[in-house]
Design a binder for this molecule. Structure first.
Ligand code: UTP
Length: 465
């Protein structure tokens, strides 16, 4: 790695980034070291190629002929097929073949919470954090199947330390420490959209940001996670995002369909609310199954309906996947497996005069990898439909925003728990309810817990803990 000023100058001059040393003479020894480390983390040749691609981008992708993807639809899934899938999934979990990946990196800018998203208190009554809610669901799965399901948590440089400390200080939220692994994703620099020059966040720091949830793949490989999983006999990774408190953790039905279909990558999907809903669309092209982001989705396809007036491209992504461990190992061996996407973002920076600028317009290009770009590489990809209300409550924006807020997610959690209670015969007044996953984690389990004639007429948190 280049360390002396001369070496750094030569490296940066070659890539047209000499301005990064502009404040060198004013820096302390430690600051120079930090700057050298930041510079050493950047692949400038790659950055140049990506910026050129951004400049040459002509807008929407051409998609070719589109069809809906192969899918298990709820309306077509008979009870026996469902039970078979659930049984297969349960067996795989009980046999110790399943692990979980929880992505909890990124920056969480939209939520406006100053700690890692996973520490956000989401429980409607309990105020348990997103991490607690999801880990408790995992504990419920482990207990029900009497099996170890190791957990790999993806962090980013912004969330890594606080996440590890949080788990350490709270006894790993009840999981055996040996079954909890943390791994940190890489970063990419933000570049000036006008000229491709890397932005300085400070006089001695490059403006680096996480490289997207697709950074999970390389990070899991580099931390030895894939190898470790192989040694433990893990065959399937259940993948979910920390900002979804309804995440159906290690859903046996989904895992079972994945196994039965001999898929390498299976994704959950919900029926889109309307043609323009801002979700990724699952499609089948001549070459592969893939997700096309709403912004790139051709309007004709988005609006296409069948004879009964239902959307042909019904399947919206909720970022829940099951992936074969061997498939991830194959993909990780290819440096270019996941392409970079670019986004225009507002990035605060230090200008040539050393002043900090807070732009009010997107001034930079950021580059990110997305995990769903694994789909085209997978053999026999499969989409499994799930009820939105049972599986997806994204926590993206601060309360007061139009959608995807904590308040909306809490309402969905309450509604799910109310449905489970009512299905078990309880009468529930118009009051908030919450169920701890170790008390019950499905309508069936609630039924096993309730006495007959149960009446819930005040806010109630069902828990043994
Ligand atoms: P989002 O795309 O919503 O990004 O992440 P974010 O960083 O949480 O929030 P914004 O966009 O800055 O407001 C979806 C999920 O993917 C994870 C997040 O932790 C979240 O669970 N993620 C996202 C990563 O792990 N790494 C990333 O680089 C981006």
């Amino acid at each position: 790695m280049a360390e002396s000023r001369g070496e750094l100058e030569a490296l940066l001059a070659e890539h047209g980034q000499a301005h990064l040393l502009q404040f060198w003479n004013e820096l302390t020894v430690d600051q120079r070291r930090e700057l050298a480390r930041d510079i050493g983390s950047v692949d400038f040749a790659l950055l140049k190629r990506l910026y050129q691609r951004f400049r040459n981008d002509t807008g929407r992708e051409r998609c070719g002929a589109l069809e809906p993807p192969p899918a298990i639809r709820l309306s077509e899934e008979c009870e026996s097929a469902r039970m078979r899938a659930v049984e297969l999934g349960r067996q795989a979990i009980a046999d110790g073949k399943v692990a979980m990946i929880l992505v909890a990196g990124g920056q969480g800018t939209r939520l406006g919470f100053d700690r890692p998203k996973g520490l956000f208190p989401i429980g409607p009554l309990s105020r348990r954090t997103l991490f607690q809610v999801l880990v408790d669901r995992l504990r419920a799965i482990r207990r029900r199947h009497d099996a170890a399901v190791p957990l790999w948590i993806l962090t980013s440089p912004a969330t890594d330390e606080a996440t590890r400390a949080y788990f350490r200080e709270r006894d790993y939220l009840g999981l055996p420490p040996a079954d909890v692994h943390f791994f940190c994703q890489g970063t990419m620099p933000a570049v000036d959209r006008a000229n491709g020059r890397v932005l300085l966040a400070d006089r001695h720091r490059i403006a680096l940001s996480p490289n997207g949830h697709g950074g999970m793949l390389a990070a899991l490989d580099e931390c030895g996670g894939l190898e470790q999983a192989a040694e433990r006999g893990i065959e399937y990774f259940f993948y979910g995002q920390v900002d979804n408190p309804l995440l159906p953790v290690c859903d046996p039905r989904m895992i079972g369909h994945h196994i039965e279909y001999a898929s390498e990558l299976t994704s959950l999907a919900v029926v889109k609310r309307h043609a323009d809903e801002r979700v990724g669309n699952f499609v089948q092209t001549d070459a592969c199954v893939q997700i096309i982001e709403y912004i790139d989705f051709p309007e004709e396809a988005a609006r296409r309906v069948d004879a009964s007036g239902r959307l042909v491209f019904w399947a919206g992504s909720i970022a829940v996947h099951v992936m074969n461990r061997a498939f991830l190992q194959r993909a990780a061996a290819r440096a270019d497996a996941l392409p970079f996407h670019f986004a225009l973002k507002k990035t605060p920076f230090v200008n040539e005069q050393g002043e900090r600028i807070e732009p009010d317009q997107p001034n930079s290009v950021k580059f990110e990898r997305f995990i769903f770009d694994l789909l085209p590489l997978a053999e026999r990809p499969l989409v499994v439909e799930v009820e939105r209300d049972e599986a997806f409550a994204p926590v993206k924006n601060a309360d007061g925003s139009p959608a995807d807020t904590p308040a909306a997610a809490r309402r969905m959690m309450i509604a799910q728990h109310r449905r489970w209670l009512e299905a078990a015969g309880a009468r529930v007044a118009d009051v908030p309810v919450e169920i701890h996953p170790l008390w019950a984690d499905s309508a069936e389990e609630v039924a096993g817990r309730l006495g007959c004639e149960t009446v819930v007429d005040e806010p109630t948190y069902f828990t043994d803990c």
